[in-house]
Design a protein around this ligand. Structure first.
Ligand SMILES: O=C(O)CCC(=O)C(=O)O
Ligand SMILES: [Fe+2]
Length: 357
């Protein structure tokens, strides 16, 4: 069900007080308060006041669009998982052609480039037990040669997004009402962590950036309003926060509300659509859920989106925070997990099916 959707709209959060060093404590508290209710109710919101100009985001979209318009052979020069190709068959980074992802027996209609934090080889050399599974997400990114400007432009965009991600998770720590950062709690004791807990756990964020191209679907919905085809099937994201930039196409991304109905999250110019991921759900012991979402592109044209996933460090240990356990019935519902292990399990299980995470 649910090709149609309810007409509710997501809350709008202004992050500016967490990026402006001269902001008042009152302004920061006001933003934190709106984040707390948005995360509790939706796990999704629009983000403004993030400081990235539309001239930048427009170029990010137009460069991705230019890439997807290239001939198949040109795009497949950076195909991922090609044993004879640039990534030696590593499989995680690079271009994935149309139709590699399958949801409910149907091919998701999307093509994509996946980029990750570059793996630091010195870390690897120092690792005694580096084994084949870990190779999967390691290695260099595969950047397209064309358009030429894409690589440098995206590299600086990633740096800007990391700043936004950090400010946002700082605001989220405050929104949870955790102890102020000046407290003497041990830095790495997650259970008693202070309001900087997410900032500390993302210092070396294992970020992901996806450039996604969605052709129009032949028949997204049947006469009864049921879904026939997915551009990206129902899933939750893995990490901390996803900052989604999409072109202006309406009627594509849908968010699952607590009552099980689906709501369109159409783009608002200048805003990112943000959602929280599985790690935030675990840290908050389920208080803030990583809301499920999907894409059914119901328009005519080619849609482009570029989600940036701001994630914990590979080695970050994520476990429910004491304060959140108390607020959710007193029982730890998740236990600890190392983010890299979680990501590997997800990526191995679903790699060719990212849209059903
Ligand atoms: O393209 C979109 O609107 C969302 C994509 C998405 O949810 C994802 O890649 O995780
Ligand atoms: Fe997603």
């Amino acid at each position: 069900m649910g090709c149609t959707s309810t007409s509710n709209t997501l809350p709008i959060i202004d992050l500016a007080p967490f990026l402006d060093l001269t902001s008042t404590a009152t302004a920061r508290a006001a933003t934190a308060k709106t984040i707390a209710s948005a995360c509790l109710e939706y796990g999704f919101f629009y983000l403004i006041g993030h400081g990235i100009p539309t001239s930048t985001t427009d170029r990010v979209i137009s460069l991705a669009t230019e890439f997807f318009q290239l001939p198949k052979e040109e795009k497949e020069k950076i195909a991922r998982g090609d044993p004879g190709g640039l990534d030696g068959g590593d499989g995680a980074r690079g271009y994935q052609p149309l139709g590699e992802q399958i949801t409910k027996g149907m091919r998701d209609k999307q093509e994509a480039i996946d980029l990750y934090r570059e793996w630091d080889c010195s870390v690897e050399r120092g690792e005694k037990s580096a084994g084949p599974p870990y190779e999967f997400l390691k290695g260099p990114n595969l950047w397209p040669e064309n358009p030429k400007e894409l690589k440098p432009f995206y590299e600086s965009y990633v740096q800007e997004q990391i700043k936004v991600g950090e400010a946002l998770v700082r605001a989220m720590g405050m929104a949870l009402g955790l102890d102020p950062a000046s407290s003497t709690a041990a830095d790495d004791d997650e259970a008693t962590a202070d309001e900087e807990v997410f900032v500390k756990a993302t210092k070396n964020t294992f970020w992901v950036l996806r450039l996604i191209g969605y052709p129009a679907l032949d028949k997204p919905c049947n006469a009864d309003g049921n879904v026939e085809q997915y551009s990206c099937g129902e899933h939750s994201d893995y990490g901390c926060v996803t900052l989604l930039l999409a072109d202006a196409t309406p009627g594509a991304l849908q968010v699952k509300l607590k009552d099980g109905t689906w709501m369109d999250a159409d783009p608002i110019p200048g805003a990112f659509v943000v959602n929280i991921g599985d790690m935030i759900e675990r840290w908050t012991n389920g208080l803030w859920q990583s809301t499920r979402h999907r894409v059914i592109h119901r328009g005519e044209g080619f849609r482009v989106s570029v989600p940036f996933f701001y994630e914990p460090d590979w080695d970050a240990v994520v476990q429910p925070l004491q304060k959140c356990i108390e607020r959710t019935g007193g029982e730890d519902k998740y236990g600890p997990i190392k983010y890299g292990d979680y990501l590997l399990a997800k990526a191995y299980g679903n790699f060719y099916n990212r849209c059903q995470r």
